[in-house]
Design a protein. Sequence first.
Length: 317
Amino acid sequence: MNISKEVKVGILGIIGLVLLYYGFNFLKGSDIFSSTKDYRLIFKDVMGLEVSNTVTYNGVVVGRVASVTPDYQNDRVNVIVSLKKEVKITDQSEILLADDGLVGGKMLILKINPGNPLPPDSPVKTGVQTGLLGSVTEMLDPTLEKVDSLLLTLNVVAKEFQHSGDALKTLLASATQSTSGLNAIMASNSKNLNTITGNAAVLTADLNRVVKDLDAQLKPILANATQFTDSLSSMQLASTMNKLDATIADFQSIVSEINSGNGTIGKLTSNDSLYMNLNNTAESLNKLMVDLKENPRRYVHFSLFGRKDKSAKKEEE
């Protein structure tokens, strides 16, 4: 059987087109040797999701994105994913749009939750997973707000410092004028200042001389005080105080004896009989002295001739 060249070229062309079709699908990520099940997804924003992006389950590729079609009337994006036939999802399952690394690509993550089996070509719940960049952005948002507030505060402080700078310039100008005035006063009173300085030097010299004189005068006084202190230390103050204590004790014992009525003085102070006797004796002596003054001849006999005073004798009778 002879085949013409035209037929051979046609057969080769058909084979080439078939290979091109399957090769193109293979390059897009479609597994041409296994059957798949399609499911519909709806997103508000796919954030750069493209056809042939992977669908993973716990890190394992279980499917790919088959198509991404924008729905302009409903303001959404319809996505169809092709999952392997052995993947069985439920009506509670969810497919999340997530970042595929730090480069910026997108991928879909399948979360299978318990529920009723979901037939192919059914809509699946969707969601968006916050990626690393989004997490960092969420963490940085409060910090950026604080930084913004800090910058505003710094701007206010800078403005205040600007006003303070003007006041500081005025203050420095006033200080410069005060310094200039002080310099002028110092220059005009330089002679007086020299005189005052000389007087201060003379006063200092006089004070030094007075201090030296006082030092010379105080040294003998301090020496005498030292000798006096040594003399006091050498005195037997302890024995003297002991003797004084003994004397005071003896005096106290005498006083106690007097108070208790012992001895002559004690009896005199505590017993009034002796006092009464002494009082009677004194009274008798007083009467005797009175009688002696009134009748001296009764007690004294004096005569040049040795005669007795008969009249006195008669008076006595």
